[in-house]
Design a protein around this ligand. Structure first.
Ligand code: RNT
Ligand code: ZN
Length: 422
């Protein structure tokens, strides 16, 4: 399986020539690709467990299935696993933390008491590794969330608890951003919704607007921090109504100048999430993508090289606003090696971005001249251009394994490290 370095270079040279005849600047494509930072979601490493040990069910419509051995049990293990994955992915990336991943030194620190001090180990680790951090309040897996409602709960006591949690999460995010010198995106997602038909769809949404305005009251410097809000169509146990639906948050993000987070698994399966990017970018300065893969009722399968992923990446590139689109991954699969899950998903996203960067410019030109026959013909021909050779070369140049060679590394890690976690 491991590719010979000489064949990687030789294939690349031929691919380079081939692309040149199509008017594609491969070197430029690789330079742009290297600029992308993907935020790796820490929660794939321990099945959205966190380090609070509250004993509360995950809830919120989130479900992790599978029992592959080796999930991270401590922050040290989780960081080691993340480092392993990052070493097998070309480029410089970020890590996305949830509030439940704080380190509380055995103390009981409730969600409305968290502080940046609880993340100082993460911060030190990120700094040493040259990684940016992103952040999320955790509005699930907690006794105060068992009713399925948080920021929109009818009880003001519960609402206030979650408002305080989200407020603190933003302050922590800004502190992380400042310390690392790269803005932290703090993304608010709440599970609130009804299993069955609500009698009142409006009141919870009114409460949510008010609660969010409270959460975002304190201004935080753009230099260090961004707020994002994440809509969802439905969740397990909230099939009939989600308070924070797409229209709700689209309106909220536009009127409050927040980032809208589009999660690829949060829409009806026949909707194109890729198509939304060019619309929302007209009204929002920046957006966040949660790259994920929906399968039937689940919105969180490992990202594979699907048509949807390619379309999404293509739109990111085609809009030409790369600096306005933040990329994160969001899935959790406990049925396979968790380090491999990160590597597969992230490499696929980068591969899809590369494919988009290598798109022959004649396709767009054909459209501009109204020649849709040529557009379609070229789009289809472009599918079999040798982009794999360019990807392999990129991996070599970035000093990460080429092709399936990364898998041997993960298998070794599984044998030497993960298998000992019993
Ligand atoms: C849930 C949302 C949310 C979570 C993470 C854990 O449907 O996608 O982003 O997956 O915050
Ligand atoms: Zn998400």
């Amino acid at each position: 399986m491991p590719a010979k370095p000489r064949s990687v270079t030789a294939s690349f040279r031929l691919a380079h020539e081939r692309y040149a005849t199509w008017g594609v600047d491969v070197d430029r494509a690789l330079a742009v690709l290297a600029q992308f930072s993907v935020s790796l979601h820490c929660w794939q490493g321990d099945d959205v467990g966190g380090f609070e040990h509250l004993g509360a069910p995950l809830g919120g419509g989130l479900a992790v299935t599978g029992n592959h051995p080796g999930q991270a049990r401590t922050p040290t293990e989780l960081r080691a696993d993340l480092a392993k994955a990052l070493a097998l992915i070309p480029g410089r990336h970020r890590v996305n933390l949830h509030a439940m991943y704080g380190e509380f030194g055995g103390q009981k620190v409730d969600r409305d008491e968290i502080e940046v001090a609880h993340f100082k180990e993460w911060l030190a680790w990120a700094k040493a590794a040259g990684l940016g951090l992103d952040f999320n309040p955790t509005c699930f897996a907690h006794p105060q969330a068992v009713t399925g409602f948080t920021l929109s709960h009818r009880d003001s006591g519960v609402r206030n608890f979650w408002i305080e949690h989200c407020r603190r999460a933003r302050v922590i995010g800004a502190a992380l951003g400042q310390a690392l010198g790269t803005p932290c995106v703090t993304n608010v997602w709440i599970p609130d919704g009804f299993k069955d038909t609500p009698a009142d769809r409006l009141a919870p949404r009114e409460r949510l607007v008010t609660a969010l305005d409270e959460v975002f009251k304190q201004p935080l410097p753009d230099k260090y921090h961004r707020d994002a809000v994440e809509p969802k169509l439905f969740g397990l146990g909230a099939e009939s109504y989600t308070v924070g639906a797409h229209e709700f948050y689209l309106g909220y993000a536009i009127t409050r100048r927040k980032l809208l987070c589009l999660d690829a698994g949060h829409f009806h399966p026949t909707e194109s999430v890729a198509d939304k990017i060019s619309s929302v970018l007209l009204y929002l300065p920046e957006i966040l993508l949660h790259v994920s893969r929906g399968v039937r009722w689940d919105s969180d399968h490992v990202v594979t090289f699907t048509d949807e992923l390619q379309a999404l990446a293509r739109e990111v590139i085609a809009t030409g606003h790369l600096d306005r689109i933040h990329l994160g991954l969001d899935y959790f699969d406990a049925s396979l090696n968790r380090v491999a899950a990160w590597v597969i998903g992230t490499r696929n996203l980068l591969r899809a971005l590369l494919l988009a960067l290598l798109e022959p410019p004649a396709i767009r030109t054909a459209e501009l001249t109204g020649d849709y026959t040529t557009r379609l013909a070229l789009q289809e021909e472009a599918r079999s251009l040798p982009f794999g050779a360019v990807w392999d070369y990129y991996c070599t140049r970035q000093n990460v394994p080429v092709g399936g060679a990364w898998l041997a590394e993960v298998k070794r890690y599984e044998r030497d490290v993960l298998a000992n976690r019993r």
